[in-house]
Design a protein around this ligand. Structure first.
Ligand code: PLP
Length: 327
């Protein structure tokens, strides 16, 4: 059955003139609440929706931290996360980067991990971090709850860009924070209502629809990505393939920026576009966004639901201009 889409911005008080479950859309609304319930169940906590993944980051950081506080941020993660935090630096936020496969630095007030990191695809050491005295956030956008439920590993918050796999059809922009602790969720909900960083009903309805096929999509994307990673590893033109063994995202390096540009503009089935997590595969060279932070020949591939052989044929023809080594 399909949930109703309720676009109303307000709802009547009850027959005694008291507040009902819903009063004004900025505080809570039925369609957003239904999507939050579905997502909370998937991740094993209390979910709150925000207008984008970046909006979710901003709300979480502003509600948890004070000026002068420091975030220990996983290096090599989504470059936009660092950009979002940079925008908050003039309000007194500090950031130190660290290798998330090892222990975090001392004297920080929040730990920010990414599972797996985008586009390096490293995994954080969740067991080592679970007993850390400060809150731990895991951006699990790429893993999705199908492959990882960070709250089960003792972390405090999960963050998703629901724009990606959770929505799954490249037609909604949303973010989510899933809280382990109900009182932390209540604080964040209050902060969200007061600051207005809140999700609208229409994308929440699309998210509800996307979640119904999440597991099927992600399992198929994992199968195809595993297959493509293996075939790319055997290709003479490809130097490094990064794939953690699950999920639909991988990255690989060709020799230089010029070669990467030629590969990404030569695919026919795979769209040359940014973002990830949709049903249609997409590829892009990341240096256009991240500059020197990534190898110049790094290509990020988001694997969709197309036929795996058709995807491989497309990659193979796009890589075909790279000459095989002599002998
Ligand atoms: N986290 C990760 C891992 C991402 O890849 C992205 C976007 O690419 C975000 C967060 C930001 O999400 P949004 O674009 O919905 O703001």
């Amino acid at each position: 059955m399909s949930e109703p889409l309720d676009r109303s911005t307000h709802w009547p008080y009850d027959e005694h003139g008291e507040l009902g479950a819903f009063s004004y859309q900025r505080y809570s609304s039925p369609t957003v609440a239904a999507a939050e319930a579905a997502l909370g169940e998937l991740d094993g906590g209390t979910a709150l929706l925000f207008p984008s993944g970046s909006g979710a980051m901003t709300a979480l950081v502003l509600s948890l931290l004070q000026p002068g506080d420091t975030i220990a941020l996983a290096e090599g993660g989504y470059y936009g996360t660092g950009r979002t935090f940079e925008a908050l630096e003039r309000w007194g936020l500090r950031v130190v980067e660290f290798d998330q496969t090892g222990p975090p630095p001392e004297d920080v007030q929040l730990i920010w991990l990414e599972a797996p990191s985008n586009p390096y695809l490293t995994m954080p050491d969740l067991e080592a971090i679970a007993d850390h005295p400060v809150p731990v956030v895991v951006d699990a956008t790429v893993a999705t709850p199908i492959h990882l439920r960070p709250l089960d590993h003792g972390t405090d918050f999960v963050l998703h860009s629901a724009t990606k796999y959770l929505g799954g059809h490249s037609d909604l922009l949303l973010g989510a924070v899933i809280c382990r602790n109900e009182s932390a969720a209540e604080e964040l909900r209050t902060f969200r209502g007061r600051t207005g960083i809140v999700a609208a009903p229409d994308p929440a309805w699309l998210l509800l629809r996307g979640l119904k096929t999440l597991e099927l999509r992600v399992r198929r994307q994992t199968q195809t990505a595993t297959d493509l990673a293996e075939r790319l590893r055997d290709h003479w033109g490809v130097q490094t393939v990064r794939y953690p063994g699950f999920g639909g995202l991988l990255s690989f390096d060709v020799s230089d920026a010029e070669t990467a540009r030629r590969v990404e503009t030569s695919t026919q089935l795979i769209v040359n576009a940014t973002s990830l997590g949709g049903v249609a595969s997409s590829i892009e060279s990341r240096s256009r966004w991240e500059g020197d932070r990534v190898p110049p020949g790094l290509l990020r591939l988001s694997v969709g639901l197309e036929d795996p052989d058709a995807l491989w044929s497309d990659l193979e023809q796009a890589l075909a201009f790279i000459s095989a080594p002599a002998g």
